[in-house]
Unconditional design. Structure first.
Length: 295
């Protein structure tokens, strides 16, 4: 199979979309389903390192505008979970694999718990005589397309104000973000301040979300924040008119969760390949070869 045909089938590379990496015994029956076990992550990175070039996001922006047909891999993490440091980073360091971590700045220092974790805990721990995953997805969609500025108020009406959730500190704090930013393999990016559905925001509200997040992160790491990850990131969650705002703020790229092949050089609508613990190595290989059925 010649290089041109391979490019047509696969694209010029793939940006992998991870969230959490945890020991198998710490991955519970979460309805969110965004974790990868340490064992699976090691197997995946080992395979990727032995078969492709794993490059930084900055290098990918150069690659997709080049004439090269070589298939490159970029690794990204959304949200800014503490296990990115505790479990994922040592593996990335072992294999010398660069990665970008997109941080939700409102969650830094663990003073705030996002709605999806609260909802997940509530549904799993109450007596609901329906399919709990269907219930979770129904309420999730209801929250996603509601008034984003009052999402916590609406969540309280669903789960009750007294629904207390005890949890460990699961998000990165300032010192941990500083440490990661100093590592040659790690790029820190923004995942917005509050993780709102941007399609439900005005341009003024979007600008505020982007400016707050960028300002907080730049004060922490003493570097420019150049890369952005859209919250939720699907076609239905993104107002692409906001691209102009990203450019004006100095961003160089924005990744989505849109699942398509990476052809176009337009750096503000970059597609990604979602990876969780359902993605055994064979399924990941099929995704990377371009079989959309397995995306």
């Amino acid at each position: 199979m010649n290089n041109s045909l391979i490019k047509l089938i696969r694209g010029k590379g793939a940006i992998l979309n991870y969230h959490r990496v945890l020991p198998a015994n710490k991955i519970d029956n979460s309805l969110i389903n965004i974790s990868v076990s340490v064992k699976n992550f090691i197997n995946q990175i080992n395979y990727l390192k032995n078969n492709f070039d794993i490059i930084s996001l900055d290098d990918l922006l150069l690659h997709i505008k080049s004439k090269s047909n070589e298939f490159k891999i970029v690794i990204t993490f959304d949200d800014g979970y503490k296990d990115n440091l505790n479990y994922a980073y040592p593996i990335l360091e072992r294999f010398k694999a660069p990665a970008t971590i997109y941080v939700i700045t409102k969650l830094i220092n663990n003073k705030y718990l996002p709605w999806w974790i609260k909802l997940d805990h509530f549904i799993k721990n109450c007596n609901i005589n329906v399919n709990i995953r269907e219930k979770f997805n129904f309420l999730k969609n209801d929250l996603l397309f509601a008034d984003q500025l009052n999402i916590e108020k609406k969540l309280s009406s669903i789960i009750g104000k007294n629904n207390k959730l005890k949890y460990n500190k699961i998000f990165l704090d300032q010192k941990e973000i500083q440490y990661l930013s100093k590592q040659q393999l790690i790029t820190i990016g923004s995942h917005s301040h509050s993780h709102y559905n941007f399609s439900q925001l005005t341009q003024e509200q979007t600008l505020r979300e982007l400016k707050i997040s960028k300002s907080i992160l730049e004060k922490i790491i003493k570097k420019k924040i150049l890369h952005f990850s859209y919250p939720y990131g699907g076609y239905e969650n993104i107002n692409f008119k906001h691209t102009k705002i990203l450019k004006n703020l100095g961003y160089l790229s924005a990744v989505t969760t849109i699942r398509k092949k990476l052809y176009q050089p337009y750096q503000f609508e970059l597609p990604r390949v979602f990876v969780n613990n359902d993605n055994h190595l064979l399924r990941l290989k099929l995704k990377l070869f371009g079989f959309r059925k397995f995306y």
